[in-house]
Unconditional design. Structure first.
Length: 317
């Protein structure tokens, strides 16, 4: 059976935890990446026709195309899950080893408070209207909702208008766009509520539903926010801030987690980010902004020759 067919007809049936539309779309896209590679190299994409060599060759090809080891590993994990299930259900007699690539462990980075001020000033300069809302207000509101809730951009864009209570200052994040598969209630400050009062909640099912430039409400599409990302890139660039892929929407989520951890501790950050494991949460926390043990404050150091500091030159020889 073809890998994609197996995913749709077998894997999803036996994996009820893969319930959110976003999770389904993500895994489908990952498997498609592998199937497309196989087709390009005239390899049959059936569960009983694949070998470990095919995966090794795919990994080399994918990295050569400029994709990161982390992106490549996400595809490999999806294929591994399919193979395990295929063996369990009798669609293949061999269980293959999947060798993941070594990923560099980069320090997580969050925006500093002064960075957020620059982003908001830049967002306020957006011109024209989105729906019936001034574009500067619309963008400022979206950025602040993501900042204060820690929501993924897919969840933020699917906040329903009826789930926003401006009287109590709360927003319900939709369960079908949460990896925990449960609704999450988040508080927003009064000034954000004032911005959201400019939105016509009776006009759209979704709070930010007036965004016109992406087919983002089609839930079968993995990358439904490409134009949203392009516009946000422009906002970051105008603010004089980096705008690499690591600086996009998820950096706001890391900023949320970092702020919470700095103020209330890592356990609360883990809870509000919806992570099962603390190890996952640690990958969100910017160590520059959280109290940590510093060797310079723990151990004594050797004295430096004062002449070196005063004259900028070494002692006489």
């Amino acid at each position: 059976m073809n890998l994609l067919e197996f995913f749709e007809k077998v894997y999803r049936v036996y994996h009820p935890k893969l319930r959110s539309d976003q999770a389904i779309a993500t895994m489908r896209q990952q498997i498609k990446c592998f199937v497309v590679y196989l087709a390009e190299h005239e390899i049959k994409a059936d569960t009983d026709a694949l070998t470990e060599d095919h995966l090794v060759q795919f990994s080399s090809h994918y990295v050569e195309q400029g994709f990161s080891p982390a992106t490549c590993n996400s595809v490999l994990r999806a294929v591994r899950s399919i193979w395990i299930e295929a063996q369990k259900r009798g669609y293949t007699s061999t269980r293959h080893e999947v060798h993941l690539l070594k990923e560099p462990e980069r320090l997580p980075e969050a925006w500093f408070p002064q960075d957020m001020e620059k982003i908001l000033r830049s967002a306020a300069k957006e011109k024209n209207e989105i729906g019936q809302v001034d574009a500067g207000i619309w963008w400022t509101a979206l950025i602040l909702v993501v900042y204060w809730t820690g929501a993924r951009i897919s969840a933020a864009m699917h906040i329903r208008s009826c789930d926003v209570d401006l009287e109590s200052g709360t927003i319900r994040l939709p369960f079908d766009y949460q990896k925990t598969y449960r609704d999450e209630l988040r508080d927003i400050p009064e000034e954000v509520c004032e911005l959201l009062k400019r939105f016509n909640k009776d006009r759209n099912e979704f709070l930010f539903g007036d965004w016109p430039n992406d087919n983002w409400q089609n839930r079968t599409i993995k990358k439904g926010f490409e134009q949203l990302g392009v516009h946000y890139h422009r906002i970051l660039t105008r603010a004089g801030l980096p705008a690499t892929p690591r600086d996009k929407w998820h950096k706001l989520r890391r900023t949320f987690g970092t702020r919470v951890a700095a103020a209330a501790g890592r356990a609360i950050a883990q809870e509000l980010l919806g992570h099962r494991h603390m190890q996952t949460t640690e990958r969100y926390l910017d160590p520059r902004q959280i109290p940590r043990h510093q060797a310079t404050k723990i151990i004594d150091g050797p004295a430096i020759n004062p002449e070196l500091l005063e004259n900028g030159q070494g002692a006489e020889k």
